[in-house]
Design a protein around this ligand. Structure first.
Ligand code: AMP
Length: 148
């Protein structure tokens, strides 16, 4: 198996493996043969969910593409369920941290499904700037070469 450079720096053990195996507690909202979803223990907003594959993958590079699709599909269903639930939810963010630099702390791929309400204070900080077309085109060409 090929491991990502980030994952190689960390212990492969994760609490999510214990949750999948039933050795650690979780408040489940969805389960099937491939994925499980449960409440995040430190929610950014009430109702914050995590969708994870049953089979551990430490990074997107390790995750079979069909499983990435499955995480998104279940995330879509959970977003609809959140809107229909008693959770305060005017909108939903999906978030996935791949690698330490992206904020990943648990090295078992997981999709955050985060209910949003106006003024809840959640946001990705950044400083977007207008880019020059030639710079966009240069990087686009570089990225295109790597698309498998
Ligand atoms: P990330 O920074 O994307 O790796 O997010 C890891 C997430 O896992 C955080 O939002 C944590 O609050 C959450 N988390 C860690 N341990 C548990 C646990 N035992 N049960 C539920 N969520 C957890």
């Amino acid at each position: 198996m090929q491991f990502s450079p980030y994952a190689a720096e960390v212990d492969p053990y994760t609490i999510f493996a214990d949750i999948v195996a039933g050795r650690a507690p979780a408040s489940f909202v969805y389960e099937d043969d491939d994925v499980v979803a449960f409440m995040d223990i430190r929610p950014w907003t009430p109702g914050h969910l995590l969708v994870i594959p049953r089979t551990p993958a430490r990074s997107l590079a390790e995750l079979p593409p069909e499983m990435g699709g499955k995480l998104f599909q279940v995330g879509q269903r959970l977003a609809a369920a959140l809107r229909d639930s008693e959770v305060a939810c005017d909108g939903v963010n999906f978030f996935l941290a791949d690698g330490v630099a992206a904020g990943q702390e648990v090295f078992h791929v997981h999709l955050h499904v985060i209910p949003r309400t106006r003024g809840d204070g959640i946001g990705l900080r950044g400083h977007p700037r207008n880019a020059r077309r030639e710079d966009l085109d240069y990087l686009a060409a570089s990225i295109r070469r790597g698309v498998s």
